[in-house]
Design a binder for this molecule. Sequence first.
Ligand code: UDP
Ligand code: MG
Length: 342
Amino acid sequence: MKKKKPQPDLSVVLPVYNEVENLPELRKRLTEVLDGLGRSWEIVFVNDGSRDGSLELMRTFTEEDKRLRVVSFARNFGHQMALTAGVDSARGRVVAVMDADLQDPPELLGEMLAKVDEGYEVVYAVRTKREGETAFKRFTAHMFYRLLHRSSNVKIPVDVGDFRLMGPKAVAAFRKLRERHRFIRGMTAWVGFKQTGVNYVRPERKFGETKYPLSKMVKFAVDAITSFSYAPLQLATWFGFGVSLFAFSYIVVVIALKVMRINVAGWTTLMVFILLLGGLQLFLIGILGEYLGRIYEEVKRRPLYLVDEELGGEDEEVEGDEEDVFDLRSTHRDRGNPPDAR
Ligand code: UDP
Ligand code: MG
């Protein structure tokens, strides 16, 4: 009789990019919480090209505890790719994704899991308050979530990060989404099913600095908007309509001035209009470029990420009929990811 790899009840996915200081406490608190839940579990760390000894530390973790595993990337592929790889590799029935800097308190997992038991497929954590973040970050985040909520055709909940639990149906659906520019909070909203939120106060990052400087945040925001809305593309239509309307009414003015033989010195007006329209056109071409570049990246069909090595977990050979998870993974293989891309 061939043996099947056991499926844990819960997988916790943690993207790790230079978090060596946070890892010991994270492991301790998370293990305590998970042991208290009375379910089988595993932790999947995704090492996103760390250079501070995080990988070496996680290697010792996996040697000490078989329930801890590491998927290590060939380079830094970014937070959203790390989450994706973690969910792809997770063996649990329910999958949790959370940050490795203890800003997503493990203590919330019990409450979230209870919601999954109630039949919710996606349970996200809503930040009612953020501690230790600058007024600028809080303000831009506030505006961003609301703008996104308005412009997108998928109703993405506001003030929600990536901290969430996904049930089996949501996980299976999520694994089928292989787009390159990934805004995971939007993608998990897009899949549908029964979704709900759990409130929490987002604590300060424990150690180290944010790995999201302003430039990455802007990129993230643009990815979010372009992934879930084409409203920016329609801006050209609206501006074009407005300008044309103005131009037509202005013809009347020009004719009237001609009839009255009034000569206007129009240099200033001309300059203003030329610059205004020039700027507007370049801006709108730029928006086209954003979408075009994303289309270009999609058609290249490169794998989303490359794994350098995988550590830990149970070693026994998987034989016989493959698990459901493996069947699902083959879906993205078909969609352009070679098997070693996981
Ligand atoms: N992270 C990652 N790759 C990156 C940047 C960040 O895996 O390129 C991880 C990081 O280690 C952390 C999580 O993503 O576990 C969230 O990052 P961070 O706390 O810096 O973001 P913030 O909370 O400031 O938005
Ligand atoms: Mg953080």
